[in-house]
Design a protein around this ligand. Structure first.
Ligand SMILES: [Zn+2]
Length: 201
């Protein structure tokens, strides 16, 4: 059987690592890239390089950003006393797209899942403590979804805050969210309502 040229095989292997892309689709993609005008193909390569070179992680909220601190953390007009905890950066994007939350965020970098080895020290809890130590935050809003991992993470954070910063209120999005759902799949109106009717936990 005819083997793929080495550089082509390498690209196909890398593309196959992407979610939802099998070897056949990867080969089709690689063929398409070859057919593109050279500057377009090189431009795509450059975008991938830039992704690593020009993005940074905000030292305050742990979101991906162009600058550190990010545009949200450096915006003095945002409500400094409300801190919304999300599991991943894409949940922050969903919240921002909805446009109703004017406080700040912290991206935890996952949810507790002892079976998968995700323990408290894997999450950005030190950043949370730093934030709470600054004394500006009076309310933490958990926007973690309603999965089992979200519940576990929420309880852990609630206990930690209650013990170390008892004056800080911990709330969660209202339970209108269907059980087992991930925040990033919620529609804008549901999300808005669940923020409006958020509850103490
Ligand atoms: Zn930030």
């Amino acid at each position: 059987m005819q083997k793929l040229p080495r550089s082509m095989q390498l690209l196909v292997d890398r593309l196959s690592d992407l979610p939802g892309i099998g070897p056949k689709s990867a080969l089709r993609m690689a063929m398409t890239l070859l057919k593109w005008p050279e500057d377009k193909t090189r431009g795509l390569g450059q975008s991938i390089t830039d992704l690593r070179d020009q993005l940074c992680i905000c030292s305050q909220c742990a979101a991906l950003a162009d600058t550190d601190p990010c545009s949200i953390c450096s915006d003095a007009m945002r409500e400094q006393d409300k801190l919304c905890l999300v599991s991943e950066w894409d949940s922050l994007l969903v919240m921002e797209e909805s446009g109703f939350f004017k406080g700040r965020y912290l991206v935890l970098g996952g949810l507790l899942s002892p079976l998968d080895g995700v323990r408290p020290d894997s999450l950005e809890l030190d950043k949370l403590r730093e934030n709470l130590q600054s004394g500006q935050t009076s309310e933490i809003i958990l926007a973690l979804g309603t999965t089992l991992e979200a519940e576990t993470t929420g309880s852990y954070i609630k206990n930690m805050v209650e013990k170390e910063y008892p004056h800080v209120r911990v709330t969660r999005l209202a339970q209108g969210i269907p059980l087992g759902s991930d925040l990033k799949f919620m529609d804008k109106e549901t999300l808005k309502q669940s923020m409006r009717f958020r509850q103490n936990i």
